[in-house]
Design a protein around this ligand. Sequence first.
Ligand SMILES: Nc1nc2c(c(=O)[nH]1)N[C@H]1C(S)=C(S)[C@@H](COP(=O)(O)OP(=O)(O)OC[C@H]3O[C@@H](n4cnc5c(=O)[nH]c(N)nc54)[C@H](O)[C@@H]3O)O[C@H]1N2
Ligand SMILES: Nc1nc2c(c(=O)[nH]1)N[C@H]1C(S)=C(S)[C@@H](COP(=O)(O)OP(=O)(O)OC[C@H]3O[C@@H](n4cnc5c(=O)[nH]c(N)nc54)[C@H](O)[C@@H]3O)O[C@H]1N2
Ligand code: SF4
Ligand SMILES: [Mo]
Length: 681
Amino acid sequence: MSSFVDSPNGIFPSVCSLDCPDQCGLLLHKKNGKIVKVEGDPNHPVTKGFICNKVRNMTERIYDEKRLKYPMKRIGAKGEGKFARISWEEAIETITTRWKSLLQNDGAESILPYSFYGNMGNLTAEGMDRRFFNRLGASRLDRAICNSAGSIGYNYTMGGSYGTDPEDTIHAKLFIFWGINAVSTNMHQVTIAQQARKQHGAKIIVIDVHKNKTAKLADWFIPILPGTDTALALGIMHVLFAENMIDSSFLEQFTIGHEELREHVAQYDPTTVSKITGIPAEDIVQLARMYGKTSPSFIRIGNGPQHHDNGGMFVRTVSCLPALTGQWLVKGGGAIKGNSSYLSYNSRNLQRPDLLKNKKTRVINMNLLGEALLTLEPPVKSLYVYGTNPAVVAPAGNKVREGLKKQDLFTVVHDLFLTETALYADIVLPATSSFENTDFYASYWHHYIQLQQPVIEPFEEAKSNVEVFRLLAKGMGFTETAFDDTEAELINQSLDYPRNPYIKEIDYETLREHHYVKAKVQFPATLSTPSGKIELYSEKMKRDGHPPLPTYIPLKNDSDHSFQFIAAPNHNFLNSTFANQAKHTRLEKEPEVFLNDNDADQLGLKNGEHVRVWNDQGECILKANVGDSVLPGVAVTQGLWGADKDTKQLVNSLTPDRIADMGGGATFFSGRVSIEKITSA
Ligand SMILES: Nc1nc2c(c(=O)[nH]1)N[C@H]1C(S)=C(S)[C@@H](COP(=O)(O)OP(=O)(O)OC[C@H]3O[C@@H](n4cnc5c(=O)[nH]c(N)nc54)[C@H](O)[C@@H]3O)O[C@H]1N2
Ligand SMILES: Nc1nc2c(c(=O)[nH]1)N[C@H]1C(S)=C(S)[C@@H](COP(=O)(O)OP(=O)(O)OC[C@H]3O[C@@H](n4cnc5c(=O)[nH]c(N)nc54)[C@H](O)[C@@H]3O)O[C@H]1N2
Ligand code: SF4
Ligand SMILES: [Mo]
């Protein structure tokens, strides 16, 4: 079979590589060797030809003049952005020489890999890199920035990332989007909900701290005070038990702890819960009745409420609801937090932890990057960053950038662009885009595994992550054959996983033929919780130091600044990706902060005026958007904007680096700020 790269013209199958649940099937239109158009693949069973505006404009990004074309070394101060071109040989030689010296003098743990899922391809994001750093014996990174608190919380109840098949949710008659701005972050779930509304009158409820794009299309928007969702879920349970809207036979057969739970939730009556959440008691009762009496009912559990001090417990709690009503057995009912366990593959084969030879290397939580660079003993002396942009996306941003400035830190950044993080690098390496690579993708929402084959030649001198780690392995003198495996071999090793029968029929060759293949998924008859059942009461939680029953624990009151500050994603960027593309920033205009009318009055502030937002960590300048889209005392901003001249729009300058209740998770949304009107320029 000739490769797609060899054909200068044509339409080629592809998959969106971004960190987005939808993982759309794409078609790339190629003319004279260049991609001229990116569109949705109409044959893709879930995404059906529709893609977001961000990726429809992907050619702006992959052919952007600003893309890194060759390796560079720093010639100015850290952060200044002065670099000079070097060859790949010199780049690899410089890195490996420094690392060999660190191995001798400081030990391998002085080196820290720092990565995330800027490209969700498994070989790219957690493949050859893991082999390399295992063999090196470097410090390990706990990649807890995104969904780890919620995942652990969900696992306590459900035993793994098992939820509803989103394709089935077309049958649902009630959709609850709980702390997810799905119009922007999971658009095809919204499409399905809207179809269900049209076909059989399904209702859409949105529970959020912000009347966001998703709330605007809901039948009922329920504004809630930040970090109080656990109380709301407990209030719903209270009403479900009190009004006998539970499915007793389901509870008997498939759960443990329902009697304890019934007693426990007696305290969360609607009046009590109303005081905590800011939701009128009668609305809590109405919501519980709608949930208890509608079947199929489906909850899309978002990432927002789990980016709080109590985020793990929220997801643990809300994931008990479908069990109370027996919705797991109803086609289209249930919930999705994530579905990745259905598509789990052989990560040992791919990542080769055996290369670590049982060394107990230290683990560093990625949410504590600033702290780690500034204070850790023995110190981190080299940082290798790929697939993430911590200078913008990591919490406590001022600490992160302070750490990146350290003179004795040797930093390498591999990216497609000279990101805010790359400005601090000693060596910058150019990365290929996903359209230039071979990789496989497993969605964490739908049930398809998809293949990307290279469609275009590597951009200038850019190299894939897999290729760079092969070169680094060679440079370090590593002789294991693990570093010689081809992409096709890596894919087949990964998909060779008897423990997951759902993917038994999927391998590289079937993916070459079909591009996307659905796993033969069944909702597991026995869950991998300790009891094999849905655990409404969890002994394991007790052992781990948590209340064994779902329990509302208020946010930490970290200061007396007046506003709870929620710095959420926006529509036209993907985290910080696209924040450097003119087309995308034009659509977003400028970073704003949403405030309630009453608060604005008190601040003497009018819509459209600029405000200084600050706390003990830093400050930002944002444009005030005044109205009724948030409750009093709440300030919401959207988008991880890049650094402007004076960096006053980096919202993570204000976010806390406290660790959430579970999974080492981030608490982006649990911080507080003060706000004042800017009176002079
Ligand atoms: N367009 C776009 N799409 C994206 C991304 C992006 O940046 N832009 N990022 C991708 C990534 S990595 C992820 S993890 C997902 C995240 O996507 P989502 O699951 O949608 O999560 P968030 O956008 O973090 O937050 C969702 C909502 O939670 C709300 N929220 C905050 N605190 C609370 C609370 O205490 N209670 C309630 N009920 N709501 C609260 C916020 O106002 C926000 O509207 O999206 C992915 N898709
Ligand atoms: N305030 C606030 N902060 C947040 C969040 C929030 O909601 N609010 N969300 C958090 C969440 S959920 C997440 S997941 C993180 C995400 O944060 P990041 O993981 O940093 O995501 P991006 O900002 O998209 O940066 C990805 C980078 O990877 C690069 N890249 C893409 N493909 C490749 C490749 O193949 N190889 C290499 N070497 N590089 C590549 C891109 O060019 C880009 O610079 O942000 C977190 N930060
Ligand atoms: S970012 Fe999400 S919605 Fe947009 S094309 Fe990619 S997978 Fe689809
Ligand atoms: Mo994320």
